[in-house]
Design a protein. Structure first.
Lengths: 319, 668
């Protein structure tokens, strides 16, 4: 990030002293830096770094900027930020649609990864609650999953309120004897999981993938009735005829979003970003290498670029 | 201190006493009536939804207009703020060029820098020389050790990113604060009108104005720097106003007699003679700026704050702790240097210059020397990664060990407090009719400070109700209230101990300095691992952060009890315990209450952080607004927090000045 703070300074010195000629870059439409946003989870860091490296290979200048997952739309709309590599259907769809409606941002297509978000338990809980992963077993095990505060109801640790997910509604619609506690941040969520896992203690909470948690900790997603759009919108659909949300969570796309103005400014770059795809498997492995084996994101990405040259070179062919 | 005043400690005025009792009886009966008829008067119990004023939408609309439509003719409002941001980006680019990136003179970021950044060896050396120049070898060693830590634990580059932002934000904050303070000192109207603004700046959570700042100044380090300045400048303004008004009149008269102009009088007489007090302000600006490092990194400042955040996202407790300690050490180094700069004894003219030259020459030689050598020996320029060490494994194992072996005991203790104290208090607070609470703060205000204060506290409380934050406001009061009670219960005895033992005093000082600069995120994750997500974990985090002033002011207050009083008590044959209980504590109580006041302020400022572990209070509201980029919602919730803070502050200060008057102590 700091690499580019001195842009203005550089241009001044370069202009005044005529020390260096024009940039020695390959012929790209514009050498203004393309600003990619970074959020706070490793997977997004990796996708963004891969894209950034590929754009650099094409001759573009790239700058990374830390920005909040949802607050970044303000920047994308005004052109302060240019590309966001991961917008999840499950958590960011509303914000993204709202932003697209302004006409200042554009949808740059899917990343090929599928987001799964669901209630999740560590594998050792299967012994204490044999009916799992079927959701109907949850009520029999409410006592097992309870804490002093929630007893006799079970305790389910949901994501931050801002993630949505309709867990409170789901508990009511499926008459689950559970209390939904919201974690505040995903760090707090996984801190609790880590703590429980160390003690092999009961834990039920919101886990998503691609993420390092389901790689580091062995466990399973609860199997709820399959999601459908109607289940969320139509009360009569599903097992509970009087309520919506009587099913699991949607599994969805992860998309790239960009500032509209960039399309004309860096046409080939945007084309490459559109072509970017990767699958859950490859991503999960890389996330594991970073978060569990302690390698640096840069090394892991470099390694991927070297072994997958045939993949990313197809993105760079601009037409 | 007169004899009569001493007597009054023990004998409150009788008629006053009865009036107080009557007022409270009326209040209690009234509350009982409302509770009894709650079915008929439901509007008095739960604040009616349709009374809520949609202030947050008005603010959001106003913001939208400001950004999209406001046009001054030649340029728009947004263009104006953006050019301010652009101006500020310059010094920041230079600073980070010197410390972090070097200057490459090419727009291609992959080329090697032509002028490399300062080598780490040189910076540590310069810090040591600076320490020696300002005071002595002890300071030089301390500063050198702090800087070496940054290199050895592999935090050098991040620390330099943070340092370059601090080096720009702090002087700007100091100069800005000084100028505004001088203006406020000169013009009473301006001074009076700026007071409430300063109150808001200091008590509104930073997250609340992060969104508008982002909108106006764009994403990146500059927006982070501007938020830092909003947060860190008010103490400087306050201190300047106070310090100038306390310049002895003799100095001013002497200056006038010598024929100073107004400007000369200010800069040559008043500012120098106020400088010891001004240093307190500078120290505060540095400390608060470093407090902001984490939050600033959320909106693109990078550096150590980002290291802390990203470590904790991976649950790498140890590495988060190391980065957090790096922030603390940076704060310690800057603080000690700035303090010695202030208290430096003026040298004899010739000697001082010579000494300065010697240090300057040494520093220059070091910079040039290492810079030339570093082109041949790269390890002098950048600290080699293989030389770094880490203790992170140890911390993770420690937390794991505690978790595996002691979780059940911890859980039992936690459940006891939760079920017997926290949950009942929360229920009580939420069940109390809003109108009773408003009446309560109004009555308190009336008793302590008359109608004016009553009007202020009541209208602030009504602000929270009418903008729709009542429920979350009460949860806030409950969480902060309980934390403050516990913090006082722990902090005051520690303060008393520190006041009676020199060694205790030193140990305690070091501990609370660390607690205050160590980012709370660092201990938030272990706390969640051991205590689960919820109010209890939040409470612990608040206590850890807010306990410092309770200790500090108690210590200070007891040390300031006049020795004559203690001697008199000894002559009467009081035991040590009696002296403490009957003399020292009552006399020090106003000071202790000011400490508790500060504790409350700090507890409220922790709210937004605790929202990250899942509380449901105004802090959460601010946090949600931040993630949704909702300016109005964030500001309204933020101002509600400020309203609670101001109510507490004014009530406590009114009580303190009443009490002080009773004790016959003067206002200062």
């Amino acid at each position: 990030m700091p690499k580019t703070h001195n842009r203005y300074f550089i241009s001044l010195v370069a202009g005044a002293a005529m020390l260096v000629g024009t940039a020695t870059q390959a012929d790209v439409e514009s050498t203004d830096p393309i600003i990619l946003t970074l959020h706070d989870w490793t997977g997004q860091y990796i996708t963004t770094t891969i894209m950034g490296r590929v754009l650099q290979e094409m001759g573009y200048n790239v700058k990374y900027q830390q920005a909040d997952y949802l607050a970044q739309f303000a920047g994308l709309e005004s052109g302060d930020l240019h590309v966001a590599m991961e917008m999840w259907e499950t958590t960011g769809k509303d914000a993204m649609e709202k932003s697209l409606a302004t006409g200042n941002t554009i949808d740059l297509g899917e990343t090929g990864m599928r987001a799964i978000e669901e209630w999740w338990y560590p594998i050792y809980m299967k012994e204490k609650c044999p009916g799992l992963p079927d959701w109907t077993a949850l009520n029999d095990c409410a006592e097992v999953f309870s804490t002093a505060e929630t007893a006799p109801s079970g305790r389910y640790l949901g994501g931050p309120v801002t993630w949505g997910g309709y867990d409170d509604e789901r508990v009511e619609a499926l008459s689950l004897n559970y209390e939904v506690v919201h974690a505040g941040t995903d760090a707090a969520l996984f801190a609790e999981l880590e703590s429980a896992y160390q003690r092999q203690a009961p834990w039920l909470g919101w886990v998503y993938t691609p993420h390092w948690a389901p790689i580091k900790f062995e466990g399973e997603f609860v199997e709820f009735p399959t999601y459908s759009d109607e289940c969320y919108t139509d009360k009569s659909v599903g097992i509970n005829p009087n309520m919506a949300y009587d099913c699991g969570k949607p599994r969805g796309w992860i998309k790239k979003v960009g500032w509209k103005g960039g399309e004309d400014k860096w046409t080939c770059a945007y084309d490459a970003i559109r072509k970017f795809t990767i699958d859950n498997q490859a991503m999960g492995t890389m996330v594991g290498e970073v978060d569990l084996d302690g390698k640096s994101v840069e090394d892991v990405v470099e390694n991927w670029l070297n072994t997958n040259q045939d993949i990313w070179t197809t993105w760079t062919q601009c037409n | 201190m007169t004899k009569r005043a001493t007597m009054r400690i023990f004998l409150p005025h009788a008629s006053d006493h009865y009036r107080t009792i009557w007022i409270w009886i009326i209040f209690i009966v009234g509350s009982g009536l409302i509770a009894g008829f709650s079915q008929h008067w439901s509007w008095a119990v739960n604040f009616p939804r349709d009374w809520i004023v949609p202030l947050r939408f008005w603010i959001s609309d106003f913001m939208e207009w400001l950004i999209k439509d406001l046009d001054f003719g030649l340029f728009t409002f947004k263009e104006m703020t953006r050019s301010i941001a652009w101006l500020l980006e310059w010094p920041l680019a230079v600073a980070s060029g010197i410390l972090v990136t070097g200057f490459s003179f090419s727009s291609d970021p992959t080329t090697e820098a032509v002028i490399p950044p300062l080598p780490w060896v040189a910076l540590i050396g310069v810090a040591i020389i600076l320490g020696h120049w300002m005071r002595n070898w002890k300071l030089a060693l301390l500063v050198g050790a702090c800087m070496t830590y940054l290199a050895v634990f592999g935090r050098w580059e991040s620390a330099m990113v943070t340092l370059s932002a601090i080096l720009i934000a702090v002087p700007l904050g100091i100069i800005g604060g000084l100028l505004i303070g001088i203006l406020a000192y000169r013009s009473t109207t301006f001074g009076r009108s700026i007071e409430p603004v300063l109150d808001l700046m200091q008590t509104t959570p930073v997250f609340a104005y992060l969104v508008p700042v982002l909108f106006l100044f764009g994403f990146g380090p500059v927006a982070a720097m501007i938020s830092t300045m909003i947060y860190a400048t008010p103490p400087m303004i306050r201190v300047t106003m106070l310090a100038l008004s306390r310049v002895p009149t003799e100095s001013i008269e002497a200056g006038l007699m010598l024929g100073c102009t107004r400007r000369q009088l200010l800069w040559k007489v008043m500012v120098p003679s106020a400088s010891p007090s001004l240093m307190i302000g500078i120290n505060q600006v540095i400390m608060l700026s470093l407090n902001m490092v984490i939050i600033a990194s959320m909106i693109g400042a990078g550096g150590l704050g980002f290291d802390v955040l990203s470590s904790l996202k991976r649950l790498a407790i140890g590495s988060g702790l190391e980065a957090g300690i790096a922030i603390t050490l940076l704060a310690v180094a800057l603080d000690r240097l700035s303090q010695s700069f202030a208290t430096r004894k003026p040298k004899k003219q010739g000697e001082g210059k010579l000494r300065f030259h010697r240090h300057l020459i040494m520093a220059t030689a070091l910079l040039l020397g290492t810079w030339i050598i570093s082109t041949y020996l790269p390890f002098i320029r950048t600290y080699p990664e293989s030389w770094t060490i880490t203790t992170s494994g140890f911390w993770e194992d420690l937390v794991k060990w505690i978790n595996v072996n002691y979780f059940d005991q911890i859980e039992a203790f936690k459940n006891f407090l939760l079920l017997n104290i926290l949950i009942p208090v929360k229920r009580f607070m939420l069940a109390t009719p809003w109108i009773v609470v408003v009446a309560f703060v109004m009555l308190l205000g009336y008793r302590l400070g008359g109608w004016k204060l009553a009007l202020l506290t009541a209208s602030l409380a009504l602000f929270i109700a009418f903008t729709g934050g009542w429920k979350k406001g009460m949860v806030t009061v409950y969480l902060c209230g309980i934390s403050v009670v516990f913090a006082s219960m722990i902090g005051i005895p520690i303060g008393i101990w520190a006041a009676h033992s020199e060694r205790g005093h030193r140990i305690v000082q070091a501990c609370i300095d660390t607690l205050q600069t160590l980012p709370s995120f660092v201990y938030l994750i272990p706390v969640v691992m051991l205590f689960r997500v919820g109010d209890f974990a939040a409470m612990l985090a608040i206590i850890a952060y807010a306990i410092a002033p309770a200790i500090r002011y108690t210590d200070h207050g007891i040390r300031q009890v006049p020795t004559q009083l203690i001697e008199a008590a000894e002559i009467f044959g009081c035991t040590r315990w009696q002296i403490l209980r009957k003399v020292k504590l009552p006399v020090a109580l106003p000071e202790i209450m000011l400490g508790i006041n500060q504790t409350i302020m700090m507890a409220l400022s922790m709210l937004v952080i605790t929202a990250l572990v899942g509380t449901r209070d105004l802090g959460q509201e601010v946090y949600i607004a931040l993630t949704k980029a909702d300016t109005g919602r964030g500001l309204v919730a933020g101002i509600s927090v400020a309203a609670i803070a101001i109510i507490c502050d004014r009530l406590i200060k009114a009580w303190v000045s009443k009490r002080r008057a009773k004790l016959g102590l003067d206002e200062n």
